[in-house]
Design a protein around this ligand. Structure first.
Ligand SMILES: [Mg+2]
Ligand SMILES: [Zn+2]
Length: 211
């Protein structure tokens, strides 16, 4: 495998419960943007395995009027500085800023980049000069592994629900290949695949749904 494509919200940074709206969503303000535990170390581990790392993220927050552009840029600065402080590196970042029902007209469109469409994954693979079949797609949402599966990536679902999420996708061909509790655990799974060391430490947590 040559590269790891990462979703952002719920994988790199934590999701936020927005009490006023009663929804769990991406952070809207600077103080809500917090990296998940051991994310910088996980990214460094992926770098050390010789894998390219890119972010492919649906970010409709500006389109919906939830996030100001300068705050959106600040999220990226915070993320990159914490990752680089741990010696990690993100090679490329792609955002889909569109939403079909956006309040802000310039973002209101049906696009080929919004996951589960595959536009961002294709762009990332092309820019990184790696085949999509040699990319992992790591995400915490159904749209992540749908996009990953359609693009032909090896999919890793990150989350606490393990494969209970699979019940929402009836077609067995769109289930994630691997399941991990966190990006750190996903990075260790990737390491175990890269080094051929068995994944026995993860027997309780990881589940090969489709090999
Ligand atoms: Mg997500
Ligand atoms: Zn888009």
């Amino acid at each position: 495998m040559k590269a790891v494509l990462l979703d952002r919200d719920g994988v790199i940074n934590s999701l936020v419960y927005h009490e006023e709206a009663g929804v769990i969503d991406a952070p809207f303000t600077r103080s809500q943007f917090k990296l998940q535990p051991r994310v910088p170390a996980a990214i460094r581990l992926l770098n050390d395995l010789g894998l390219k790392v890119a972010i492919v993220s649906n970010q409709p927050g500006m389109a919906k009027g939830h996030v100001k552009p300068q705050v959106f840029k600040a999220f990226e600065r915070i993320m990159l500085s914490e990752i680089s402080a741990a010696g990690g590196r993100i090679d490329r970042i792609y955002y889909c800023l569109h939403h079909p029902e956006a309040k802000v007209a310039k973002f209101r469109q049906r696009c080929r980049c919004r996951k589960p469409e595959t536009g961002m994954l294709e762009q990332a693979a092309s820019d990184l000069q790696v085949p999509l079949a040699e990319c992992y797609m790591v995400g915490d949402g159904i749209s992540d592994f749908l996009a990953g599966a359609r693009a032909g990536c090896r999919t890793i679902f990150v989350g606490r629900w393990k494969c209970e999420i699979c019940q929402f996708t009836e077609d067995p061909h769109v289930r994630p290949v691997l399941v991990a509790k966190s990006l750190w655990e996903a990075a260790q799974l990737i390491q175990s695949e890269a080094t051929g060391v068995s994944c026995k430490d993860f027997r309780a947590n990881c589940l090969a749904v489709r090999s």
